[in-house]
Design a binder for this molecule. Structure first.
Ligand SMILES: NC(=O)c1ccc[n+]([C@@H]2O[C@H](COP(=O)([O-])OP(=O)(O)OC[C@H]3O[C@@H](n4cnc5c(N)ncnc54)[C@H](O)[C@@H]3O)[C@@H](O)[C@H]2O)c1
Ligand SMILES: N[C@H](CO)Cc1c[nH]c[nH+]1
Ligand SMILES: [Zn+2]
Length: 428
């Protein structure tokens, strides 16, 4: 059962100690490094060995064929396909507003500066496929990549025993515009995407969530390829007062808790009554929950309710926590928006459960966790773009700037730099 903490206990238990803890264990990193090193050195043969070892099964081909992709459509019911298409439309609409244009600035008659905004060429998208199947994650990762203009969007997800992937993942990939799908999961997938093998061409960036092995592998290949973030367990913090409905609050805490035993869910409220009624509701709602064991573990070990004397104190706690999701279940929720300084995504009012954002609303569901919303943001079109600046100086402009460049370069004792300017002005 969710436990009640004082504000101080909450800060100590969920903020200070979390900041001190290392997010990835040495053991997990060691396993990931070993697999990556072998695949990097030996390519295909090591990839096959590790897929067999960790999945207990080797697919006939890495890539899902066009025929398999076509057949997948007949294996998913029409209503679900329609829902995926509607969700994809919303996600496209939202993310298309994020697209930025290249900029050119004529700073003076003799100086032009600018910034080119261009897509990354090849992107790998990891879609988890261990304990659950996430078509929504396909949409959330692939749609912004396609909108950015990425030339090749390559999705990878663990193979299932019948040499296939879940048909709904293939359909979601088609809806989103994914070019290739590989049946590879875990560390092996990240290594193959990062360094390539005889059959798999390497990518420039890898995005997408996954378990601790996937996260460890992404952290190790970072630098050789780009990554989006290291996502930790899911989180929600609900700010509510006595006007909130305990049924809704309980349902939203459970929705997040059912993801993972380590998911973190918090209720921050001015109302003792809401805490008590939410606890009763949680017990009731868990009775009919297929993933009750996971949810109960998360709710009893990683979660908290906190009673604050003023609602502003709840916002202070949220800003210290910087959670993945914040729900504001207060009257006039929009008026509180500016109080949230650190969060991945905010859900306003009693009729905006986080679940609407997970699947359908439009904003991305791949969000910073574990306090990283203090300095980072959810996945967006920008994650698939590079910015390259450029500069043009005429001879006159260089002549005007030369004394300043020479002054600074001389202080840095980089005489080669001063010469690079002076030689053009006949002063060398
Ligand atoms: N933040 C988000 O947007 C979001 C969305 C969907 C899922 N998720 C999270 O992604 C995670 C998915 O995890 P999952 O396990 O279901 O799928 P996964 O695909 O991330 O991991 C499965 C793979 O892990 C590897 N593996 C398993 N045990 C191993 C071991 N002992 N040693 C080495 N490799 C091993 C296997 O290769 C397997 O294919 C969950 O934590 C879920 O909450 C997050
Ligand atoms: N809530 C998850 C991110 O924390 C995303 C998700 C996918 N499917 C359902 N939920
Ligand atoms: Zn979710």
């Amino acid at each position: 059962m969710i436990r009640t903490f004082t504000s101080e206990q909450f800060i100590e238990t969920f903020i200070r100690s979390k900041n001190k803890a290392k997010s990835l264990s040495d053991d997990t990193l060691k396993i990931a490094k070993q697999v990556i090193d072998q695949i990097r050195l030996q390519g295909e043969s090591a990839l096959k060995e590790y897929v067999q070892k960790f999945e207990g099964y080797l697919p006939l081909n890495w890539e899902v064929t066009d025929e398999e992709r076509k057949q997948a459509w007949s294996k998913v019911d029409v209503e679900t396909i329609t829902s995926l298409q509607k969700a994809a439309d919303n996600i496209k609409k939202f993310h298309s507003k994020q697209i930025q244009q290249s900029k050119i600035m004529e700073l003076t008659e003799d100086i032009i500066a600018g910034q080119l905004y261009r897509p990354i060429e090849r992107v790998g998208i990891y879609v988890p496929g261990g304990t659950a199947c996430y078509p929504s994650t396909v949409l959330m990762n692939a749609i912004p990549a396609v909108l950015a203009g990425v030339s090749e969007v390559i999705m990878t997800t663990p193979v299932r025993e019948e040499d296939s992937i879940a048909p709904i993942l293939s359909v979601a990939a088609d809806i989103s515009g994914v070019n290739k799908i590989y049946k590879i999961g875990g560390i092996q997938a990240i290594a193959a995407l990062a360094y390539g093998t005889e059959q798999i061409a390497p990518v420039d960036k890898i995005v997408g969530p996954g378990n601790k092995y996937v996260a460890a592998a992404k952290s190790l290949v970072f630098g050789d390829v780009g990554i989006d973030m290291i996502a930790g367990p899911s989180e929600v913090a609900i700010i509510a007062d006595e006007t909130a409905n305990p049924k809704y609050v309980a349902a939203d805490l459970i929705a997040q808790a059912e993801h993972d035993e380590n998911a973190r869910t918090f209720l921050l409220t001015t109302s003792e009554k809401l805490i008590n009624e939410t606890k009763i509701e949680i017990v009731k709602q868990c009775e009919k929950l297929p993933r009750a064991t996971i949810a109960k573990k998360s709710l009893s070990t990683q979660s908290a309710s906190v009673r604050v004397s003023k609602i502003d104190f709840a916002f202070d706690l949220v800003n210290k926590l910087a959670p993945e999701h914040v729900e504001i279940q207060l009257e006039n929720p929009l008026s509180y928006l500016s109080k949230v300084k650190n969060a991945g995504s905010i859900f306003l009012g009693s009729y905006t459960p986080e679940a609407i954002g997970d699947y359908f609303g439009g904003p991305n569901h791949v969000l910073p966790t574990s306090g990283t919303a203090r300095f980072s943001s959810g996945l967006s079109v920008d994650d698939f773009m590079k910015k390259t600046t450029y500069l043009y100086y005429s001879e006159k402009a260089l002549c005007d700037a030369a004394p300043h460049v020479v002054n600074i370069a001389s202080e840095e004792k980089l005489i080669g730099h001063t010469r690079a300017v002076q030689v053009r002005l006949g002063k060398d």
